[in-house]
Design a protein around this ligand. Structure first.
Ligand code: C5P
Length: 202
């Protein structure tokens, strides 16, 4: 069976949580495509050239997940992600993953628009910048990062602006995506909606 679920949206809207839960529940493979850009961003912070770093990306680069989930790496990821050559180097891997036998969930910014325009299910998960910043703040604080609410809100807004205004694969809902605004939802409510939509298409 080839079945692709594309989940896009801005940072901390709930994409990751929904993607992981849906993948586990339906027995689909899951790729968090943000990790690819974060891994390239981390290499660039360490001195690498962005396109070469994207070309040389290996599975091992994605495993130190905690070190990729820092605000610094997030900003670096968002900067390298605006480069069309970097995006081109990461395209084939994502497309192959999406069409693997057994089905896949991919989450990111351009899955429903560029990577898998033919995906059977497309969700665009969003929430207010304030709600997203609050969730990210609690998550980072829980991991022991020294951040303030204000810093996290500024970071979220800067990334949103850069990700949606770039020319190469900007963050935008696909025309045929179902919108899910999680501002006022619990995780369970958001999951119920996502699940119901997938069941309709299966
Ligand atoms: O989703 P996450 O916050 O981990 O993504 C980090 C950055 O990677 C985003 O801010 C965005 O610039 C970039 N990204 C992208 N396209 C994707 C996934 C992530 O441009 N499909």
């Amino acid at each position: 069976m080839k079945f692709t679920v594309a989940i896009d949206g801005p940072a901390a809207a709930g994409k990751g949580t929904i993607s992981k839960a849906i993948a586990a529940e339906f027995g689909l493979a899951h790729l968090d495509t943000g990790l690819l850009y974060r891994a390239v961003g981390a290499k660039v912070l360490a001195g690498a050239e962005p396109v070469a770093a994207a070309e040389a990306l290996a599975p091992d680069d994605l495993t130190p997940e905690d070190s990729l989930r820092t605000p610094e790496v997030a900003q670096a990821a968002s900067r390298v992600a605006a480069d069309p050559e970097v995006r081109a180097k990461l395209l084939e891997f994502q497309r192959n993953f999406a069409r693997r036998e057994g089905g896949a969930v991919l989450d990111g910014r351009d899955i429903g628009t560029v990577i898998c325009p033919e995906a059977e299910v497309k969700l665009f998960v969003t929430a207010s910048a304030e709600a997203r910043a609050e969730r990210r703040f609690l998550e980072l604080q829980g991991k022991g990062h020294a951040v303030t609410r204000e810093q996290v809100l500024d970071d979220v807004k800067a990334r949103d602006a850069r990700d949606s205004s770039r020319d190469a694969a900007p963050m935008v809902a696909a025309e045929d995506a179902v919108l899910l605004d999680t501002t006022e939802m619990t995780i369970e409510q958001a999951l119920d909606r996502a699940r119901a939509h997938i069941l309709l298409k299966m």
